[in-house]
Design a protein around this ligand. Structure first.
Ligand code: MN
Length: 245
């Protein structure tokens, strides 16, 4: 009895200390990197909202299947590929792996890209978004594309004309300028195999699994609807973060 009480007291003291240690600084660093650079974790992170949250633009069933089946499978297959190809995920960041993806197998390329792209995709949407960016990102978009509407047109074209499956992107190139591009399959601008390379700010999944239940063959309708749920505040923070690197 006495021992058990003592052990319990000791346990509480120790967990209390651990709690204080956790509550101080490491979490802050971890949180901010997760918010702005989603996709840095090798494992699938919780969806930041309910499956119904993006209705009516993206329906709940699409969200649930997309998150629990498609995206979850990329994360699982990425873990398998890391074991098979001897990637130490405690010392190699996912971003570093993507930047050297040509050294790995197609399985690694497809699943590292698939996992990263979806982690990013969930974060850059939200139920009640701003309708357009503000601040330095708005200025850069205007300077690069002429106007926000011209940017949307260029991005929409990239998304519509990507043949088969892939993604459309707004990215910051290594020289700090903005660009619109698209990539096939689960490639992304971080990859050393990408035609236009840089840090992705905004990405749109144009695989049929992302829209077919609600939009069937009407990919342009899905693209137009999607502008209603872009989380511009988040994209703006990512832009500031990308420029500071
Ligand atoms: Mn997808």
């Amino acid at each position: 009895m006495k021992n058990s009480t003592q052990n319990r007291r000791q346990f509480l003291t120790e967990t209390g200390k651990a709690g204080i240690a956790l509550a101080t600084m490491p979490l802050v660093t971890k949180m901010s990197s997760r918010i702005f650079f989603a996709g840095s974790d090798y494992t699938q992170q919780p969806l930041p909202y309910a499956y119904t949250a993006l209705e009516p633009y993206i329906d709940a069933m699409t969200m649930e299947i997309h998150y629990t089946k498609h995206a979850a499978t990329y994360a699982k297959n990425l873990a398998d590929a890391c074991v098979a190809e001897k990637v130490d995920t405690s010392t190699t960041s996912l971003i570093a792996l993507l930047k050297t993806v040509s050294k790995y197998t197609p399985k690694m390329r497809n699943n590292a890209g698939g996992h990263y792209n979806h982690e990013l995709f969930w974060q850059l949407m939200k139920p009640s978004p701003s309708v357009a960016p503000t601040g330095p990102l708005a200025d850069a978009i205007q300077k690069t594309f002429g106007s926000f509407a011209d940017f949307q047109k260029a991005f929409g074209e990239a998304a519509k004309t990507r043949f088969g499956s892939g993604w459309a992107w707004l990215l910051v190139k290594t020289d700090g300028s903005l660009a619109v591009s698209s990539t096939p399959n689960q490639d992304n601008p971080l990859m050393d195999v990408a035609e236009v390379q840089g840090t992705p700010l905004l990405g749109l999944d144009v695989w049929e699994h992302a829209y077919y239940l609600k939009y069937q063959n009407k990919r342009p309708d899905y693209i137009n609807a999607w502008w209603n749920i872009v989380n511009w505040e988040w994209v703006q923070k990512r832009y500031a973060e990308a420029l500071s690197k």
